[in-house]
Design a protein around this ligand. Structure first.
Ligand SMILES: [Zn+2]
Length: 79
């Protein structure tokens, strides 16, 4: 009984990422600016991408208010 079937190792380098990450479900957060105390609702897309860019901008994982604050906004999960 000879087993001649070769089992090739499966590729483990492929990461399974959802293809619709950019258009996935977006979530709303409450952003509070530590400088001017403004509280605004911002929308963050599925890829942790800030979609509300009128009054805020994103730098890395943080969101900053465009009032000149050098400290990132606090984010709270909204409804
Ligand atoms: Zn501000």
């Amino acid at each position: 009984m000879v087993n001649t079937t070769e089992v090739s190792p499966e590729s483990i380098t492929q990461t399974q990422e959802p293809k619709n990450v950019l258009f996935g479900q977006s979530e709303e957060y409450i952003a509070q600016c530590p400088l001017c105390k403004t509280i605004e609702t911002v929308t963050i897309g599925g890829g942790s991408q800030l979609l509300t860019t009128r009054k805020f901008y994103q730098s890395g994982r943080y969101i900053y208010h465009k009032c000149g604050s050098v400290q990132p906004c606090r984010l709270f999960r909204g409804q």
